[in-house]
Design a binder for this molecule. Structure first.
Ligand code: COA
Length: 234
């Protein structure tokens, strides 16, 4: 069995910046409140014509260069995102085309903040068993497109950008030691980007398409995470 590890990393983010001072003009908040609770001073914000796959591709190319690999060396691209360019083709497939990773499979993982770790876990197993040699795992979002800038509870938190990691076989004693993933869908209302169920499927055309925004019950989400079994943290 091979050991799997990260052999190159990259990142990319939009030029647009939203500072705490900018937010003070939009909602009843202040730099001191935001900094004390989140540590955030500014967040990057994509323009209307900037999408998740563009940031994902730039981050991926930087990670490949640092891993000393070419796009065609990659066997699978997993893009972890909650804000895909579209439902299909997947953002992973779009990134595959944009960077010219002609030998790779491309797909998305939909697991919100945890998505990158889900992707990492999946490719770790594939590299370990020898099913694949090299993988790209990318976490990429344009969350600000789904932020309600009248809601001070959420608009101070989210920003846009991408991080990418190339994974491959590494010598014994190096790389990922162990992974374990778990979710608890019972807390669905605590951090959500909902689309009402009756607006999906056969009756969808009867309803006006809503603008959907993040909903976050920060305190309760924090408590739920704290209550999670310690084996999954760290
Ligand atoms: C999000 C988070 C930083 C908010 O901090 P918090 O202390 O829990 O804030 P609360 O939502 O409980 O609000 C506390 C008070 O500050 C107010 N408040 C909320 N947002 C505010 C803002 N941007 N500026 C000023 N005051 C604000 C609330 O109205 C509330 O006032 P009240 O006590 O008079 O009702 C914190 O809950 C957290 O870390 N949550 C877990 C992580 C998380 O949710 N991540 C989401 C993305 S992964």
């Amino acid at each position: 069995m091979n050991n799997a590890g990260i052999i190159g990393m990259g990142h990319s983010y939009p030029e647009g910046i939203l500072t705490n001072a900018d937010l003070e003009k939009m909602v009843d908040t202040n730099d001191e409140w935001i900094t004390t609770r989140t540590g955030i001073k500014q967040r990057h914000k994509a323009a209307e014509n900037e999408y998740t796959s563009q940031f994902g591709s730039k981050a991926a190319l930087q990670a490949l260069e640092r891993a000393n690999l070419k796009p065609e060396d990659i066997d699978i691209i997993i893009c972890a995102t909650t804000t895909p360019d579209q439902i299909m083709p997947s953002t992973g497939a779009l990134i595959q085309a944009q960077i010219g990773a002609v030998n790779a499979a491309g797909m998305d993982v939909f697991a919100a903040c945890s998505g990158f770790l889900y992707g990492l876990t999946m490719v770790e197993s594939m590299i370990k068993t020898g099913q694949i040699r090299y993988a790209l795992v990318i976490g990429a979002e344009v969350l600000t497109k789904y932020v309600d800038y009248t809601d001070r509870g959420t608009c101070v938190i989210f920003g846009d950008g991408a991080g990418a990691a190339v994974l491959g076989p590494v010598p014994e004693g190096k790389g990922i030691l162990a992974t374990k993933i778990k979710s608890d869908g019972r807390y669905e209302e605590q951090l959500a980007l909902p689309r009402r169920r009756h607006e999906i499927g056969n009756d969808a055309h009867k309803h006006r398409r809503p603008r959907t925004f993040f909903q976050n019950e920060g305190q309760r989400a924090f408590q739920s995470c704290g209550a999670f079994d310690g084996r999954y943290l760290g």
